[in-house]
Design a protein around this ligand. Structure first.
Ligand code: WTA
Length: 657
């Protein structure tokens, strides 16, 4: 692939985004971090900076060394001992926050529940006792496969309390994906529920566990939380399966937090790589907790005594681990957990939750934002959203139009928008505005956070100061992955071999004249058309910029003449209808926004786009459809029907320029 990023007219054009937003005076005045000197201080001595952040936590024994760095292997806060559950619970209860709400829970059917820090601690202590009775001890790994209910953070924290690691498997994964993860982590205990609610239908989690265990003989016990009850009865195997509530009611003893080493494994979280086998990303205790707590406070400007914080991710993904469970609880925040989908029973569910709980901080994914754009603002208009004061975005590049829509319609033009870039591997947010300091630009994640080293480099590893290239991280950071479970070689190979002394994130990014970073998505999503590099994100952004378009996904398909050809999958707004003329109009629009080089060769109109259950557009799959290849595993797909529909349309639609 030739590198023509610095001369690509498409890039210059994208960098012409001229809108920018300073934090309001009022926001600045009340911000937790308002002095930009923090960047310089952290830069001068990043180890000292992290030492100070780590000292915000409770340590049983203080650490005596901040970092031991044998590239690519890091150890943080050596010699220190602590416990994550103690930091998230006992510490606050001991500080007079026993009766403070830790979580408001809203079930999809409309049932509500809340839990104070005192109640959460009580539940976690009891469940830790249950786990011990099932033979779990420090060093073990417990699999957790649950819906978004309060017993999910309880189970995670109970593992942490014992010094055991958890391996949360997203409830949308299939039995076979679950089995692979159980086997890789050798989890003897699985915590699950009879089911969960999704769009009014029961997701049969326990049935899936039963199925998974057929190929996971390592499992000795299954704990089942009753969530759906009579709506979906489950089969319980004697001496293997136990109801959570039965076990909990027998507990008399309470387990105190076990003192663990800073580098004790806190959790494994499996993430898909470029190969078929998912990678077990390892995160340890001291460094992870230090950075999630700092970033949660700094990026969301958390005022723990007054904010109501809602991260609308699923705990099954890293966003939920770091910014529903560990970050917020370490900071003593009050959070909202919602079990279901945004369109149940109607498309205003999120807005009704924000109104009801007076949510002040919302953290969501661009794909959700674009879906809401598609549905129209009448759903927002029904509710009072004035409690909101800050909006976050995560998970994929946010196109400027979605960013603006979010700011104007959800944030009512008064909330700073923080676009946060990070990965399962980084553990916490790495690139993001600080809302009381940074001038934001729609579509840009702006700058690396204090103490973080992030640079864009070209193919040869040379730093790019203006234009596009690959995003790399230049310094170790406390919440960095400690490796891939059982596969140190793959860790080295995947992240540390492409560029010398740099962590390669797998993302493309660009730097503008003011040094702002613009994330472009995975580099395998960057197309090369006639020797020009064109980002799928840019073309998507141009398409979504057209008033008729609700959502678009663009892939590069192999092309004998141009190397790659741009194929666009487009969902129109409900008031629009697809036609060849509309296709032409959109192609012209893209040409106008970016340049003729970025014009899609083919536009396929579709009702919906195939997405993973975490809401990411499955570009690999779209590329396969575009190139007529056989489809591999689609078990993480939200709605497999979408693929069929797209395949059929693709077969009919091969218009040439
Ligand atoms: C993408 C999710 C652009 C990126 C926290 C990264 C983003 C991958 C952003 C990690 C963002 C995440 N702007 N792209 N703000 N945030 N990404 O592991 O490609 O599920 O490499 O972690 O999501 O996804 P993961």
């Amino acid at each position: 692939m030739t590198d023509s990023t610095n001369t690509n007219p498409a890039i210059e054009n994208y960098l012409l985004e001229e809108r920018s937003f300073e934090p309001s005076d009022q926001f600045k005045q009340n911000a937790i971090i308002k002095d930009a000197a923090i960047y310089e201080t952290a830069d001068k001595d990043y180890l000292k900076f992290w030492e100070q952040q780590a000292n915000q936590l409770h340590w049983f024994k203080p650490f005596d060394k901040v970092l031991e760095w044998n590239l690519p292997f890091a150890k943080w806060f050596l010699g220190g001992t602590l416990n994550a559950s103690y930091n998230c619970l006992d510490r606050h209860v001991n500080n007079g926050l026993k009766d403070k709400i830790a979580y408001y829970f809203e079930g999809e059917p409309g049932d509500k529940r809340s839990m104070t820090y005192g109640e959460l601690l009580d539940e976690v202590e009891k469940f830790a006792t249950v786990l011990v009775s099932l033979g779990v001890k420090k060093g073990d790994t417990v699999a957790i496969y649950m819906p978004m209910i309060l017993e999910l953070p309880v189970a995670m924290l109970a593992c942490a309390r014992l010094g055991a690691a958890h391996s949360v498997v997203f409830g949308g994964f299939s039995a076979s994906a679950l089995s692979d993860r159980i086997n890789d982590a050798e989890s003897k205990v699985v915590v699950t529920a009879d089911g969960g609610f999704r769009r009014g239908v029961v997701v049969p989690l326990k049935d899936n566990v039963d199925e998974a265990i057929k190929s996971s003989p390592v499992v000795e016990s299954v704990v089942v939380v009753k969530r759906v009850g009579d709506k979906h009865p489950v089969t319980m195997l004697e001496n293997r399966d136990y109801f959570y509530h039965d076990l909990m009611s027998q507990v008399t003893e309470r387990i105190g937090a076990v003192e663990v080493d800073s580098e004790n494994l806190l959790f494994l979280l499996y993430t898909s790589g470029t190969t078929a086998k998912p990678k077990g990303i390892m995160h340890t205790t001291g460094g992870y907790l230090t950075q999630v707590a700092f970033t949660h406070k700094a990026v969301f400007d958390l005022h723990a005594d007054s904010d109501i914080y809602w991260c609308a991710a699923d705990i099954g993904w890293v966003t939920g681990h770091s910014y529903i469970v560990y970050g917020p609880l370490a900071n003593g925040a009050t959070g909202v957990i919602y079990e279901g989908t945004p369109d149940f029973p109607d498309k205003d569910r999120w807005w009704s939750i924000i109104e009801e709980y007076k949510v002040t901080i919302l953290y969501a994914a661009p794909t959700a934002i674009r879906t809401f754009m598609k549905w129209g603002i009448e759903y927002l208009k029904k509710h009072d959203l004035s409690s909101l004061r800050l909006l976050g975005s995560v998970g994929e590049p946010i196109n400027p139009e979605a960013w603006m829509w979010y700011r104007e319609n959800v944030g009512l033009n008064k909330c700073p928008v923080v676009d946060t870039w990070w990965q399962t591997e980084t553990g916490s947010i790495m690139i993001s505005p600080l809302p009381g300091i940074t001038k934001t630009k729609p579509g840009s994640a702006t700058f690396p956070l204090p103490a973080i080293g992030a640079e864009v480099v070209d193919d040869t590893g040379k730093k790019v100061t203006l234009g596009g290239g690959y995003l790399t991280l230049t310094r170790p950071w406390p919440s960095m992955l400690r490796g891939i479970y059982k596969d140190p070689e793959r860790y080295q190979q995947t992240y540390w071999s492409r560029f010398d002394q740099r962590y390669f994130a797998g993302d493309g990014a660009k730097v503008d004249e003011e040094g702002y970073l613009w994330l472009l998505g995975r580099v395998d999503d960057v197309m090369n058309v006639s020797g020009h590099r064109v980002s799928t994100t840019e073309v998507e952004s141009a398409l979504v910029d057209h008033s008729a378009v609700a959502e678009a996904a663009v892939v590069g398909a192999n092309d004998a003449t141009t190397g790659q050809a741009i194929i666009a999958f487009v969902t129109l707004k409900s008031t629009e209808s697809a036609s060849p003329e509309k296709g032409e109009e959109l192609r012209a629009h893209v040409a106008e926004k970016i340049g003729p080089i970025a014009k899609p060769k083919v536009i396929i109109f579709t009702e919906d786009l195939p997405k993973t259950r975490s809401g990411k557009i499955m570009r690999r799959l779209l590329r396969d459809v575009a190139e007529g290849r056989n489809l591999g595993d689609t078990t993480t797909l939200a709605d497999p029907k979408v693929v069929e529909e797209i395949k059929q349309k693709a077969a009919l639609n091969t218009s040439e320029d």
